[in-house]
Design a protein around this ligand. Structure first.
Ligand code: SF4
Length: 328
């Protein structure tokens, strides 16, 4: 059997994991375990490029690790670790900054957006963010990277940096390729903006059914459905978009039909969604709660992942240091 391709992806410890993160990344990461040798990284170095509270960082990392493991990213199925456990990420990033161009980094859409969002904190790390991402991927010589549309620009830059490195120092790295996944982007409960912690328009992945219902109940639906008897338009309703992600096909079909004919009210439709959500995320919450009660298990899993990742990173960095002339 041919060796499986190496796949790498990272997620920031932002404090809350919501169902937007789950649909956009985590659910796919679990699916990708079937076909790839997967390394998943909690990217705490990246998280330092925006304002954060240092005393909260470790708690966030452990919280996120518990959510990821509870979702199915267990140590027997993948390598999961915290980025700063391997300073090789930072070392390789530095080497790559010497071949990355200032102009190309300044042109990155994410850099421009984040610079706009916080004009008093436009730091060098924010500019070098895609260089660190490149280092993250190639430290493992990963050839597969699951990316959403918003990250395609960074992956293209990573590929360019790899080509440049190989031309200058010799063929050390394979060019990473994008893996197109079925990741879905859902709007927040306001029905307007992307689901996010900062906009407080999210459903937490491990929130209780009661907490979820408190948020779902007032969530925005089709604004044309003023009265219960008004027919609705599921195609513009975010609750229907969530049904499409979490409900079984017959329920999705029923919601669509009954919404258009005003056969179902929005509250009942949301109750059905809450049920569907519970079927998928209820078991994750239960495993998460068990892990939070046994924090040593989470810390042990991260340690085990870091050891496995370190072995690969050491090998790569030996090769890199020799290639760039820092070792005999
Ligand atoms: S019935 Fe459901 S899909 Fe239709 S508008 Fe209400 S919440 Fe949205």
């Amino acid at each position: 059997m041919p060796a499986r391709q190496r796949l790498f992806s990272g997620i920031q410890p932002t404090g809350v994991v919501h169902i937007g993160n789950y649909l956009g990344a985590i659910r796919n990461w679990v699916r990708l375990l079937e076909s790839y040798e997967c390394t998943y990284c909690i990217v705490d170095y990246h998280a330092m490029t925006i304002r954060y509270e240092p005393s909260e960082m470790q708690g966030r990392i452990q919280e996120l690790a518990a959510v990821l493991i509870a979702s199915g990213l267990t140590p027997d199925r993948c390598t999961l670790y915290a980025q700063s456990e391997l300073p090789e990420h930072a070392e390789l990033c530095w080497i790559l900054t010497t071949i990355a161009g200032l102009g190309e980094l300044e042109r990155m859409t994410q850099f421009k957006d984040k610079s706009e969002q916080d004009r008093d904190n436009v730091n060098l790390g924010l500019l070098a963010y895609p260089v660190l991402q490149t280092a993250d991927i190639i430290l493992f010589k990963a050839t597969a990277v699951p990316v959403g549309e918003d990250q395609l620009q960074h992956l293209e830059l990573a590929r360019e940096i790899v080509r440049r490195f190989n031309r200058k120092f010799g063929p050390v790295f394979p060019e990473p390729q994008a893996v197109t996944t079925q990741g879905a982007r859902v709007l927040g409960l306001d029905g307007k903006a992307k689901m996010s912690k900062s906009l407080n328009n999210y459903i937490g992945l491990v929130e209780t059914p009661a907490e979820i219902w408190d948020k779902l109940r007032p969530a925005v639906t089709d604004p044309q459905r003023v009265r219960r008897s008004d027919p609705g338009r599921p195609e513009i309703c975010n609750i229907y978009a969530l049904h499409r992600q979490f409900s079984a096909p017959d329920r999705i079909h029923l919601v669509e039909r009954e919404c258009r004919s005003a056969g179902i009210g929005c509250i009942d439709c949301k109750k059905l969604l809450a049920e569907s959500l519970e079927v998928e995320i209820g078991p994750i919450r239960q495993r998460y709660q068990a892990l939070r009660a046994d924090q040593e298990q989470v810390i042990g899993s991260l340690r085990q992942g870091a050891e496995r990742a370190r072995a690969v990173a050491h090998q790569t960095m030996d090769e890199v240091r020799r290639a760039v002339g820092l070792r005999e």
